[in-house]
Structures are given as C-alpha cells and as structure tokens.
Design a protein around this ligand. Structure first.
Ligand SMILES: [Fe+2]
Length: 346
C-alpha cells in the first residue's frame, strides 16, 4: 500500500519505544501500532485511510498478534463503531455466542468488555476458546481509562506454545492428543457479580429447559440440572492446540482462565477443566503455562480513545483489577470467509 500510513493525516507507525512494545526474533513486535499526532485530526479521513489499508492491517494483526491505534479522535462508542465499520469485518453477534461473561450492548456491534466488579481479575484466554464457536477478531476500545490499574494484558500464544513445549513436552503432547473439556455452572438469571455470571438462558438463547437441552444436544454438550435451577454443562473435547489460518500452531484454549479464574459461588476451578478423555491436568505443567504467559505478557495501559485490533487466534487477553471508573468496550468479528456458524470450524 503506497499511502499507508497517511503522512498528510499525521498518522505514523509507532516505534517499539513509543509503545514500550516487545520485539521478537522473527521481527514481529507485540503490539505493533499507529499513532495520530494531529490534535485537530478529523476522524472521517483517518477512517477512510484505514478502510483502504484494511487488508494490510488484518495481515499485520495476524503477523504481530495485535495492532494498537492511539490518538485517533474517538471520544465515545459511536466513533469506535465507525472504526469497526471501516475495517469491514462481519460481525460476530455476542447474543448468539456461548461466552460466559455478562455484557451490555452500547451499539449494535459494541458492548462492554465485561461487567464483572473492578476487583475481579480476568485471566488470560482466547475469546470463547472454550466453545466450539469463537471469533477470529476482537477489537477493544478505551472510552474511560481507570484511575489505577485496569490494564488489558495480552500474550502471544504461538510463542507461549513453543516455550511450554520446551519445558513440558509431555503435557503439550497430551493437550494435542486429548484436547480439553470444560465444565461450567450457569445461573438461571444473569449474575453481574461474577466474571462468568451469564445465565444459561442468555448463553444458550433460550427461555425454557427443553429448549436449553435441545441446544446443548446440538452442540454435543453433556449437562446436569442443579436443584437450585443452575445448569452444569460440559463441552465435548475441544482442541487445545490449533493450527490457525496463519499456519502457526497456537496454544488456543481456555486453560489458564478456567484453571485460575472460573471461580464464583457456583464454580470450582478444580472441576472446570480436564483433558478430553476426563483425566486431570498435570498441575505443575499448568502452573508453568501460567508463569510463561505472565512472563510473555504485554500490559496494554489504556489511554482514552485507544483502539486495538487483536487476532484472537494468535493473542490471548486478560483484565487487571482496577479502581475508579473504567470503560473498555469490545466488538467481535468472524473470519471473512466464514459465516457465524462456521466460525469455530477449523
Ligand atoms: Fe475476553
């Protein structure tokens, strides 16, 4: 692309030191990014330019894992929605997804990242890797940065896999062979006090037990109804390592979040995740995976107006606890060549 980034709009490629980014041996940076250095910038021409460079930007997100945009005049969800439209990606409708987080829509495509209270830490995960249907792309946007804390840590899962395989080869081999199986207990009504408090009605998009069971059968889940009306659902074995569209194998799963964080009044993390054949995970290998992810973590310290495009098949994300008001919004998109129904099939 000849005119990217557009100099006349003062949109520049961010340097490693601008973002305090990580630099890997293969030349990739984590994250890569762009900074608009014009205080009087108009969003329209910037978005037009982004739209023209979309293919290059998507490729960049896959190569590097994440692309950050800083300094764009995007004061609210409305402008973020326009940014998303400029990328022309098919929406991954949250309402139809099987995610377990409670979220509130701000526009048709933009919703709050997670309504869990500020002191709740959300551990590393690939968006919806614990379900058969997951988005290819995730976009986050900062409307209001927290006074203290509230970073969004991100981590390259392809690099994590290489490091973990060197340290714990047997565990990675077991993950490859057997996959992983997730179990979680969903309340009958949304519980905003929990990071995983989405009700079974909302998660499955149903309003009766019969309809819930039909949907679970369709998904090949197994389930148990609890006496208090909660639903305990287990996935079929899902891959723990995937060859993504990029051709790089990645540690694409929900292992860290499920093992560390699937904990609330209904859920016990020790029962949340097992190998696909039902055997327990080696706790020392899981501890090593968590340690490595933390080592490889890049803490995205939000500035208001920041937007980041993440290839969900390459990079994991998390949320640090915070104090004060924090408004980080999210939007999900499918692979271009796949409909929502096919988003998980690769
Ligand atoms: Fe997430």
């Amino acid at each position: 692309m000849s005119n990217w980034p557009p100099q006349e709009l003062k949109l520049e490629r961010a340097s490693v030191s601008d973002l305090n980014a990580q630099q890997y041996e293969d030349g990739s940076r984590f994250p890569s990014g762009y900074i608009c250095r014009d205080e009087n910038a108009q969003l329209g021409p910037l978005l037009e330019s982004i739209s023209g460079a979309r293919e290059e930007l998507l490729e960049e997100a896959t190569t590097h894992g994440a692309v950050l945009f800083r300094g764009l005049p995007m004061p609210s969800a409305k402008e973020f929605d326009q940014f998303i439209q400029a990328l022309q990606l098919p929406n991954f409708p949250y309402a139809k997804s099987l995610s377990n987080a409670v979220r509130v829509n701000r526009t048709e495509r933009v919703f709050s990242a997670n309504e869990a209270p500020p002191d709740v830490q959300i551990f590393f995960h690939h968006e919806m890797a614990q379900t058969p249907l997951f988005p290819r792309w995730i976009m986050f946007y900062c409307e209001i940065a927290a006074e203290v804390g509230g970073a969004t840590p991100i981590c390259r899962s392809d690099i994590l896999l290489t490091r973990l395989e060197a340290d714990c080869p047997e565990f990675v081999a077991a993950c490859r062979e057997k996959g992983l199986k997730y179990t979680n207990v969903m309340p009958s009504e949304n519980d905003a006090q929990s990071g995983m408090g989405r009700s079974w009605k909302s998660t499955l998009g149903v309003d009766s037990r019969e309809a819930a069971e039909a949907r679970l059968r369709e998904l090949n889940y197994s389930w148990v109804w609890r006496v208090d009306g909660c639903l305990e659902a287990s996935t079929p074995p899902l891959p723990a390592v995937r060859e993504t569209i990029s051709g790089r194998p990645v540690f694409f799963n929900q292992l860290i979040a499920a093992f560390s964080g699937w904990k609330d009044s209904r859920n016990d993390p020790s029962k949340a995740i097992r190998h696909g054949d039902g055997t327990p995970l080696d706790p020392s290998a899981v501890a090593r995976a968590i340690e490595l992810a933390n080592e490889l973590s890049y803490d995205l310290q939000w500035q208001p107006g920041d937007a980041v495009l993440i290839d969900n098949t390459i990079a994991m994300h998390a949320r640090k606890p915070f104090s004060g008001t924090r408004k980080v919004l999210a939007s999900l998109a499918c692979m271009e060549t796949q409909s929502f129904e096919l988003a998980g099939a690769n």
